[in-house]
Design a protein around this ligand. Structure first.
Ligand code: UDP
Length: 262
């Protein structure tokens, strides 16, 4: 599903394609404006507007998308795909279709929470280990006073729990559904349930609750700004080394495939 509402006032350039995977050339502020507009529109239409998927694309996603067609389709058909990770920002620059900035799920979430607090929109935090979403919700309430947390639930991405999870979200009357099951599980979960998700926006946020809750520590600001957040994460969580090979691998894939759009 591509974005079914008019975003022409944002004057966005055509999306970039990196090895066949779409990335929108959008800033964090524009992303927040677009999300806010989608929520407002769905409320105006008495919840008739179908749920819209937002993807935060990093080099690991890019590598998985090379071999997993369903995952690639989920990304390319999403309402919004933002560049999460300096690897993606660099790739779009190399391909001369630069995105304006990096937008991580962890940075986006507090800003989104502030927008929701200002408008009375309701946020549901799904996923992560039991208890973590609750701690993240508490932190978000501090960062965004007045925020309405529609609900929190660890749950799991397994298909036979979907109906129950969706019922919880419906009862909670959420506008925004954040899903922390890690990639590609969270994107595939959202994609296959999109037509029945009772929210305006569903966004995969990866480890965002772990960072917000203080369970994981984020890289110092200077490392984040210089594109070295991955190095810090490797130091904190060395077991990730195999997954992090995605960074050099994705650089190679970009060199070999370029835009890769058929
Ligand atoms: N997670 C989960 N259920 C699962 C797999 C993962 O709740 O079956 C959670 C995990 O606890 C973590 C989040 O998904 O909070 C994201 O995991 P990870 O940090 O590996 O994702 P990334 O940010 O690297 O995409």
């Amino acid at each position: 599903m591509s974005l079914s509402i008019d975003m022409s006032h944002l004057h966005l350039p055509a999306p970039a394609f990196v090895a066949g995977v779409r990335v929108d050339r959008i800033s964090q502020l524009q992303t927040l404006d677009a999300i806010e507009q989608i929520i407002a529109l769905r409320r105006q239409q008495n919840d008739q507007l179908p749920c819209q998927q937002v993807v935060t694309l990093n080099p690991e996603f890019l590598m998985v998308a090379q071999r997993n067609n369903k995952f690639r389709r989920a990304i390319n058909e999403a309402a919004l795909v933002v560049a999460d990770g300096m690897g993606i920002v660099w790739a779009t620059r190399y391909l001369r279709e630069p995105v304006p900035e990096r937008i991580t799920g962890t940075d986006l979430l507090p800003e989104l929470a502030r927008r929701c607090a200002a408008k009375g929109y309701r946020l549901f935090l799904l996923g992560a280990a039991p208890g973590v979403a609750e701690l993240a919700a508490e932190r978000l309430r501090t960062l965004a006073p007045g925020l309405l947390i529609a609900g929190t639930y660890a749950g799991s991405p397994v298909p036979n729990e979907e109906a129950e999870v969706i019922e919880r979200v419906r009862t909670a009357q959420a506008d925004v559904l954040c899903v922390a099951y890690g990639a590609p599980a969270q994107e595939l979960w959202i994609y296959r349930n999109l037509s029945r998700l009772p929210a305006a926006i569903a966004i995969g946020v990866g480890g965002a609750y772990d960072f917000l809750s203080g369970r994981q520590q984020r890289a110092p600001e200077i490392m984040q700004r210089s594109g070295l957040e991955w190095l810090y994460r490797l130091y904190r969580e060395p077991w990730r080394w195999r997954r992090m090979l995605a960074l050099p691998q994705s650089a190679l894939v970009v060199l070999l495939k370029g835009r890769g759009k058929s």
